[in-house]
Design a protein around this ligand. Structure first.
Ligand SMILES: *[C@@H]1O[C@H](CO)[C@@H](O)[C@H](O)[C@H]1NC(C)=O
Ligand SMILES: *[C@@H]1O[C@H](CO)[C@@H](O)[C@H](O)[C@H]1NC(C)=O
Ligand SMILES: *[C@@H]1O[C@H](CO)[C@@H](O)[C@H](O)[C@H]1NC(C)=O
Ligand SMILES: *[C@@H]1O[C@H](CO)[C@@H](O)[C@H](O)[C@H]1NC(C)=O
Ligand SMILES: *[C@@H]1O[C@H](CO)[C@@H](O)[C@H](O)[C@H]1NC(C)=O
Ligand SMILES: *[C@@H]1O[C@H](CO)[C@@H](O)[C@H](O)[C@H]1NC(C)=O
Ligand SMILES: *[C@@H]1O[C@H](CO)[C@@H](O)[C@H](O)[C@H]1NC(C)=O
Ligand SMILES: *[C@@H]1O[C@H](CO)[C@@H](O)[C@H](O)[C@H]1NC(C)=O
Ligand SMILES: *[C@@H]1O[C@H](CO)[C@@H](O)[C@H](O)[C@H]1NC(C)=O
Length: 805
């Protein structure tokens, strides 16, 4: 197809035939009139405030579009049928039905009418008003993500700003909605009060993970950004003549188009650099801006890859929106313009001039369309456009969405085929290099196949941070998930490469939802025959004595014992831990059900019922902390943290961090962080029983995910609490004395002690199942009497005795 066109172009060039062909041929859409005979406009008919017609296309749903002019038309079939002008129900009481701005957010149409926001859910065909806006607004801004149902993508479509254009920025009220405009909240922009100038717009630049505010002051405008590292400086100032309309091109590439009648500017990096578009009027005439070219823009349309402009002088201009800037190229003139005409892309390389036509008989309007095939027009030898050097640029990753978590990389592949004898320069660009210093590197190898040289491109995307080279002044906070896009294009491609689209993928630099943590359980208490899985599954419950736990996790004894139902389904069989051995769980990373690695990052544990009969082998001092380490008490004291299990990668601060300046006042407190650089371990008290631990990976550099889970361990092997005094002399008399004291005092007491575990429904007689069984730590073996339950450990003398209550 392409080849044949190129041949055609060459032939034309040979003939030097200066054909004057029309750019397009009119046709009129006129349908359904007869059936709509009874149709009348109901409610208040809306109109657009600007004299220039605008056309907004839904970037994801190709047939949905909104025409804004003297009438407003909303189509769901790409203007393939006659339409009644859009009106708002009289019950909405809008007053003046003047629309100043509109945005399509997923399945709803947002219209700013008479300084308020109205929502039209076109799927449900229902109107509503937004909640939460207390001041007049003139504009809405937003974006749509077409890639997937990934939360990052859904957030893009749900985010909407509402603001009053031209208001003094220091005191204006900006509103933000993450519900597609249904509910707004005041948006607080840091340093807003200090900013000078008026508001030219506010946008969520998802490809940069920044909110950008356009500040206008004395004929110049520049963007300010919300997040580190861009928040400390502004984008480059640019000429702000007239009132610029700002178009965010689809695909989250960070391409912005600013325009009014006498000005057209483009930014390829979310406003950090904004340049006037150059205008090429002929082979040797190049103007540096629209105003220099002395043309008056009437309508502008853009898709992901290209830009088209219709001027009042009846000319159509076109330019490609590749990675490298190109100039607007003028197509031959034709009678295209009318006050109502609007430009829109119907496909790549296909632009259409759309004009609504009133009908004297019916209220529904018809649509005159004049479709232009850009590729065919570019063949016109008069334009003297070079043929495209490339035949193919193809990659599986195009229009897909990927996630990069920390410590992972993304490998993409593409195929590039130049025309024989030509050479191409591939170029890969990430829109947000700040997200952990994201870098794309192309590895290229060429091979010859069927006489053609093909180039395989491997694009490796990774975070510079993990190569140890990230500059903190350049990189956004590592703790903040961000987004970016990667675009692969050909640097030296001609404007005639219309069909050769750049390839783009959306990247969420954030949690890989497929990641899970699993606690290695190679020695389970069931495997060793100490606990019986059948018994555990049988609505097993146990009692935690009041001396051993604190429901408030403060280490204070509770006032009553706690009966705990063991969640076998969730926890499985407990991991077996010998009480006298310092212990640390082996934490594994799994992804999509497959083992990945043993996690060496820092993590913390908390017994979910408040058991405090364990401590840690290291103290703040022996863990070589420079600063006072956090602990569960300090985390729970923080009022910002909800619930007791709030210790995570967001609030964790390492005591080894050079920036942590909390003085080390209590060097002897237990160091509660496991894993990471220290050899810290858990030391259990002399107490047998089940512990259910919550585990949270707190190392902020391991993953963006909140990796957490619960698991259980069974601590065994503890003798009863030290009854034998610590100092046992070798004097036999002494021993005898102690023994007699023990016999006379301890044994009877021990038999009545409340300490220890109690098990419900174990080895007791079936008819008495509902009674509670109790395990005391006396060295009496009753193993054989424990059918289907916790069996006594012969080594350690766990005794299971039945207490009749
Ligand atoms: C408008 O929104 C409000 C609040 O969300 C809701 O209660 C009401 O039912 C909606 N009205 C219509 C017509 O959908
Ligand atoms: C930029 O943001 C960072 C992190 O949010 C903040 O610490 C810093 O103070 C901000 N800088 C300015 C100039 O606002
Ligand atoms: C804005 O207007 C000034 C003066 O009229 C002109 O010099 C400048 O080129 C214009 N800028 C743009 C981007 O159109
Ligand atoms: C710009 O064009 C208008 C008409 O299109 C003409 O009257 C005017 O003289 C031109 N100005 C310049 C500076 O060429
Ligand atoms: C299309 O129709 C309009 C008016 O309906 C006319 O002015 C224009 O010349 C026509 N264009 C072509 C290419 O036929
Ligand atoms: C690209 O990746 C493929 C598959 O992993 C490999 O065989 C090839 O050698 C790589 N090419 C380059 C240039 O790195
Ligand atoms: C970051 O910026 C600060 C202040 O501008 C400077 O002192 C510091 O050296 C910079 N750090 C790096 C790694 O460039
Ligand atoms: C466990 O308890 C549930 C409800 O608490 C009950 O439906 C079930 O029958 C019990 N199972 C056994 C084996 O007792
Ligand atoms: C937690 O840390 C604080 C100091 O930050 C200390 O006073 C307290 O004793 C510690 N608590 C425990 C249980 O170690």
């Amino acid at each position: 197809m392409l080849v044949s066109m190129l041949l055609a172009a060459a032939t034309l060039r040979l003939c030097l035939l200066a054909r004057v062909q029309p750019l397009c041929r009119n046709h009129t859409v006129r349908t359904g009139k007869v059936f709509h005979i009874s149709q009348q406009i109901q409610g208040d008919q809306l109109y657009f405030s600007s004299t220039r017609a605008h056309l907004i296309k839904h970037p994801c749903k190709k047939n949905i579009a909104l025409y804004l002019g003297r009438q407003i038309f909303f189509t769901r079939d790409n203007f393939k049928s006659s339409l009644l002008p859009l009106s708002i129900p009289a019950s909405m009481k809008v007053g003046t039905p003047e629309v100043t701005s509109a945005h399509i957010a997923d399945s709803v149409l947002l219209l700013v009418v008479n300084q308020k926001i109205y929502i039209y859910d076109y799927e449900a065909n229902s109107w509503n008003t937004s909640i939460g806006i207390e001041h007049p607004v003139s504009h809405v801004s937003g974006d749509n993500c077409c890639y997937s149902g990934h939360p990052f993508c859904v957030d893009i479509s749900n985010s909407v700003f509402a603001y009053l254009h031209g208001d003094q920025i220091s005191q204006t009220n900006v509103y933000f909605s993450n519900t597609r405009g249904y509910r707004f909240q005041k948006f607080a922009y840091e340093r807003q009060a200090e900013l000078v100038g008026s508001l030219g717009g506010i946008f969520y630049f998802h490809s940069l993970s920044q909110v950008g505010v356009l500040l206008i002051d004395q004929g110049k405008a520049r963007f300010g950004y919300s997040e580190h590292p861009l928040n400390s400086s502004f984008g480059l100032p640019f000429d702000y003549n007239g009132t610029l309309d700002i178009l965010i091109t689809p695909g989250q590439k960070g391409i912005l188009i600013f325009w009014f009648e006498k000005s057209l500017l483009v930014s390829r990096n979310s406003g950090q650099l904004v340049y006037p578009v150059h205008v090429k009027e002929g082979p040797n005439t190049l103007y540096s801006s629209i105003s220099e070219a002395n043309i008056t823009i009437h309508s502008v349309a853009a898709n992901e890859y290209e830009l088209a402009v219709l001027t009042q002088e009846n000319n159509l201009y076109y330019c490609s929106l590749g990675i490298l800037s190109s100039s607007l190229i003028k197509f031959a003139g034709q009678n295209l313009w009318s006050q109502e005409a609007a430009l829109m892309f119907t496909d790549v390389g296909r632009v259409e001039i759309l004009t609504p036509l009133p009908d004297s008989v019916f209220p529904a309007f018809d649509f005159q369309k004049c479709p232009v095939n850009i590729q065919a027009v570019l063949m016109d030898p008069q334009l003297q456009v070079d043929v495209c050097k490339a035949e193919l640029l193809q990659g599986e990753f195009d229009n897909k969405m990927y996630t990069i978590d920390m410590n992972s990389k993304l490998e993409l592949t593409a195929l590039m085929i130049p025309r024989p004898g030509m050479s191409l320069v591939p170029l890969a660009m990430v829109s947000n290099p700040h997200s952990l210093g994201l870098q794309a590197i192309i590895y290229e190898d060429g091979y010859t196949y069927d006489g053609n040289t093909k180039h395989r491109l491997n694009i490796s995307l990774r975070q510079q941070h993990h190569w140890g080279r990230a500059d903190p002044n350049f990189t956004s906070s590592i703790k903040r998930p961000t987004g970016s896009t990667i675009t692969l294009d050909i640097a030296n491609k001609e404007i005639s490469c219309v069909d050769l689209k750049p390839l783009t993928a959306l990247i969420s630099v954030g949690c890989d939802q497929e990641k899970k943590i699993v606690i290695q359980n190679e020695i389970s208490a069931c495997h060793k025959g100490i606990l019986d899985p059948v018994g555990l599954q049988d609505n097993y419950s146990y009692v935690i004595e009041k001396e051993a736990y604190d429901p408030n996790f403060q280490g204070q004894k509770a006032s009553e014992d706690l009966v705990v139902d063991y969640q076998y389904k969730k926890l499985g069989c407990p991991h077996l831990v010998y009480y006298n051995t310092p212990w640390k769980p082996v934490v594994e990373l799994w992804r999509e059900g497959k083992f990945q690695e043993v996690i060496k990052a820092e993590f913390v544990l908390l017994e979910v019922h408040g058991l405090f009969t364990y401590t840690y082998s290291l103290t703040a001092q022996t863990a070589l902390c420079r600063a006072q380490p956090q602990n569960w008490t300090t985390i729970m004291e923080n009022p910002g943290n909800k619930g007791p299990f709030a210790w995570d990668r967001e609030n964790y601060v390492s005591c080894h961090d050079p920036d942590n300046d909390a003085p080390l006042r209590w060097p002897n407190v237990p160091y509660q962080i496991l894993g990471g650089p220290t050899a810290n371990k858990v030391i259990f008290d002399q107490r047998n029983g089940i512990y259910v631990f919550y585990i949270s990976i707190v190392d902020p550099y391991y993953s963006y995910c909140h990796l957490e889970t619960t698991f259980s361990v069974y601590v065994y092997g503890a003798f009863p609490l030290s009854i034998i005094p610590a100092v046992v002399t070798i004097i036999p008399l002494m021993v005898a004395m102690l023994l007699s004291v023990w016999l006379a005092y301890a044994v009877p007491k021990l038999l009545h002690t409340e300490k220890g575990l109690r098990f419900k429904g174990f080895w007791i007689h079936p008819c008495r199942r509902s009674g509670a069984a109790r395990v005391n730590r006396t060295p009496v073996k009753r193993r054989s009497r424990a059918p289907g339950g916790v069996r006594g450990d012969p080594l350690e003398g766990l005794r299971h005795s039945h207490e009749s209550r």
